[in-house]
Structures are given as structure tokens and as C-alpha cells.
Write a protein that binds this ligand. Structure first.
Ligand SMILES: [Zn+2]
Length: 202
């Protein structure tokens, strides 16, 4: 049974945190969560922020969606779960950093690049990915285009983050930093976006 791997992992997790580190978890309950970092990542099973960042419970406030997109502030995002997570992280938790963590070989980006936008077979995914319809594809084709759009999509979402007025205010006050990162699956390495110059190794 595929579910068995989860059950075994849960057993090991519970032994560690219930038996060996009970005080650590008790403190998280008593004091509540107080993470300094928010991560907005893709739902892809290969890019779990807590694993990549070797995080402890309580360390990262994470929201994941298909292709780690952030919608612009406004009427379209009023019912969006990612926008509500951003609001809670910035206005209530007052996180100090937001990492937008994209990755190479993203299925959402591939779907966007390869599907006929006029014939949307996957109602939710295709409409969700249409949020990046204005992204620059560099006039490229094939894998080169995918790698390019994966990066451009991160830049687009970084720009969209700055449309949230209370988020922008905290950035300008020096209380919040935004980071655009791309996890390269082949190299198991992170590239960071340095506006306006480009990408470099973390
Ligand atoms: Zn992805």
C-alpha cells in the first residue's frame, strides 16, 4: 500500500516529537507559532521547502500551489488561498522574509507552455496558469522556453507581491525582504534572482 510509507513516517515522527522532544513541541503549542520566514512554493512533490531548508516545525510558514504563483492584489485574488496566507504571514505573523521558491521541470509551467489556451482541457490548472499569460517567453522553444518561463514567472510573482499595499509598506520600511529563488532539480542547487541583473548561485 502506498499509504504505508506515510504511516511509517508518521510513526517515526511521533516517536521523535512526542517521546524524545516533547518539551520542544509543548513550547510550540504554549507560545504559538512565530516563524520569521514565509515560503511560497510549488505543490510539486520534489520541492518541499521544509526538506530543502532542513526546517524544524514552527520555522517556515509555507503555502504551496501549482507553479508557486502569486496573483496581483485585487478583486481576482479576494478568494485566493495564497493571498490569504500572504496576508496572515505579513500582517499577523510579521515575517521578515518571503521566499518565492520556484523550480525547474515544473509541471504547471510545462502545461502552460504546451497547452492550447483556447482549448482548456484542465479547467482548474489551465485557468490557474492563465494568470501568467503575459509572461515573457523570450521567443524560445522547447526546453529552453520552459527554463526561461520558469524564471520569468518568479519575476512576475515577485512584482505581484509588491502590489499588496501593506506588504509593499513593510518592504519600504526595511522590515521585510523578498527573495526570488529557483531550485534546479538536476543540480540540486538554488539560483537567486538579483533585480535587475539576473540570476546567480545562492
Ligand atoms: Zn512546479
Amino acid at each position: 500500500m502506498a499509504i504505508q510509507s506515510f504511516l511509517e513516517g508518521y510513526k517515526a515522527f511521533r516517536e521523535e516529537f512526542h517521546r524524545d522532544r516533547a518539551n520542544f513541541f509543548r513550547a510550540l503549542v504554549d507560545r504559538g507559532q512565530n516563524p520569521d520566514v514565509m515560503v511560497i512554493a510549488c505543490s510539486d512533490s520534489r520541492v518541499d521547502p521544509a526538506i530543502i531548508g532542513k526546517a524544524e516545525p514552527g520555522e517556515f510558514f509555507v503555502v504551496r500551489n501549482v507553479a508557486n504563483l502569486v496573483l496581483p492584489y485585487g478583486s481576482n485574488s479576494i478568494y485566493d488561498g495564497t493571498s490569504s496566507a500572504i496576508e496572515f504571514a505579513v500582517r499577523d505573523l510579521e515575517v521578515k522574509d518571503i521566499i518565492l521558491l520556484g523550480h525547474t521541470h515544473c509541471g504547471g509551467i510545462k502545461r502552460f507552455c504546451e497547452c492550447d489556451q483556447k482549448n482548456k482541457e484542465r479547467v482548474f490548472v489551465d485557468n490557474w496558469m492563465s494568470n501568467i499569460e503575459n509572461v515573457n517567453d523570450g521567443g524560445l522553444e522547447g526546453e529552453e522556453r520552459l527554463r526561461y518561463v520558469e524564471k520569468e514567472s518568479i519575476k512576475l510573482s515577485l512584482g505581484n507581491l509588491m502590489t499588496f499595499p501593506w506588504l509593499k509598506e513593510r518592504v519600504h520600511e526595511g522590515k521585510l525582504d523578498l527573495h526570488g529563488w529557483l531550485f534546479d532539480l538536476e543540480k540540486c542547487a538554488i539560483l537567486k534572482y538579483l533585480a535587475p541583473y539576473g540570476w546567480e548561485n545562492l
